[in-house]
Design a protein around this ligand. Structure first.
Ligand code: MN
Length: 427
């Protein structure tokens, strides 16, 4: 049996070293074209591979599952088949794309039916999200916010080092990369004002996050241990948790974020499996004080995934404004899932758990405008001569994530969205 993570594997489809989708990746997503209804695909180099048509042509006959899962508008039914099947499908795709396998490579007729250039298709929302939880698991981010809003000497709240803090977010407004983000409106209490005011958010921000997609459900009352957690995680997406800081600041006490967050979150169209990311596992940061037994874990549970944020202005100026890494997370995904379910809360296939803003130790590695520009006190200059402290209409935010292997890159294909002006509110 071939190891499908083997760095020496090559595909008959040419893939450059920096391309996010080498044969070692095989992510899953949903696409459609003018002729084809929404269906499941994988990405290879600059192409997508239509798995529904590939199945109709008999290429998955050796794997026992209902091929209709490839004709669904979301990945949920495919994911729900379980890792023995989804991993077998990845292994079969790897085999079919292998440079030494002539089965599909030399079948020009079938290739025309199943391969499309990525730029010619529309990528859709990959999963139907039932529930969405946002954690707050970067120590650097939590420390930065604590310094800004509370006490620089006691930046972390007393619970922070003992449990992965999170809140229940809004699933209905999670959208796929490319969807414009409409500037939200809401109630705010600006500095110096005597009473709250209503208006469009002036402090619109992004949050650089990664989200994991739950791949295996649990029953009400059951808990997932840190050891079992990986069985319940199908894969990861890039996650931009848009935030309106002025709305958030006024509303969040004492129950946490609400309308300052729920207007939109944007995810990458490709779900990269936990198995594809396995070669990039690294040690987690040391946790001190010692955590309670249900949060203890063994082995490497963090992932070395380079992250970057590019900001493009309407006038064409473009700049990478931050470089961070998923490996900085203080609380890892296994701990997050163990904590999430320790009270018996059930989870379902397609649920998303986002990491919380991923900030690194240096100012150049912060994951939000709030931190990068330090509450508006340190504006960044853009190549078109303008300055930013928060986002303006017409700005586009692009987040990228990738892991570097020996001669190849495993990536997510980016998550991108342009800020659209607020919609006028008729009072
Ligand atoms: Mn967040």
């Amino acid at each position: 049996m071939t190891n499908i993570n083997d760095p020496s594997l090559r595909s008959w489809i040419e893939v450059s070293e920096d391309n996010n989708f080498p044969i070692q990746n095989i992510p899953f997503g949903i696409f459609c074209t003018n002729e084809k209804s929404p269906r499941v695909a994988t990405a290879i180099g600059d192409y997508i591979l239509d798995l529904a048509t590939l199945a109709e042509l008999g290429y998955f006959n050796t794997i026992p599952f209902d091929k209709q899962v490839f004709h669904q508008t979301y990945l949920n039914d495919f994911i729900a088949l379980g890792k023995p099947i989804t991993n077998a499908v990845r292994a079969r795709i790897s085999d079919l794309l292998n440079i030494n396998n002539n089965t599909l490579r030399d079948n020009e007729e079938d290739k025309t039916k199943v391969l499309h250039s990525i730029s010619s298709v529309q990528l859709l929302m990959p999963v139907k999200v039932g529930d969405y939880t946002d954690f707050y698991s970067s120590r650097e981010h939590a420390t930065n916010l604590g310094k800004m809003f509370r006490d620089p000497e006691n930046a972390l709240l007393p619970n922070w080092l003992h449990l992965p803090v999170g809140y229940h977010g809004r699933a209905s407004s999670i959208v796929v990369s490319g969807t414009p983000t409409i500037r939200p409106k809401g109630q705010q209490f600006p500095k110096g004002a005597a009473t709250p005011v209503f208006g469009k958010s002036k402090l619109l921000d992004f949050e650089l996050e990664m989200g994991f997609i739950v791949g295996k459900k649990t029953d009400l009352g059951a808990s997932v241990s840190t050891q079992q957690a990986e069985e319940h995680i199908f894969g990861l997406v890039l996650f931009n948790d848009w935030s309106a800081r002025d709305i958030q600041k006024w509303e969040y006490v004492p129950l946490g974020p609400f309308l300052g967050k729920s207007f939109a979150s944007t995810i990458s169209p490709w779900v990269v499996t936990l198995e594809a990311l396995a070669p990039f596992k690294v040690d987690s940061p040391v946790q001190d004080p010692e955590v309670l037994p249900y949060l203890k874990f063994e082995g490497k549970k963090n992932y070395d995934i380079h992250l970057e944020i590019e900001l493009q202005t309407a006038h064409g100026g473009s700049k990478v404004i931050s470089r961070s890494n998923f490996k900085y997370m203080y609380w890892n995904m296994c701990q997050q899932l163990a904590h999430h379910t320790i009270n018996g809360c059930n989870i379902n296939v397609g649920d998303i758990c986002a990491s919380g803003t991923i900030s690194g130790p240096e100012p150049g590695s912060y994951g939000s405008m709030l931190e990068i520009c330090w509450q508006g006190t340190k504006p960044i200059s853009m190549p078109d001569g303008t300055e930013r402290t928060f986002l303006q209409d017409g700005d586009t935010v692009i987040m990228r994530g990738f892991s570097k292997g020996d001669g190849y890159t495993i990536g997510f294909g980016g998550v991108e969205s342009k800020i659209a002006p607020a919609i006028k509110h008729e009072l």
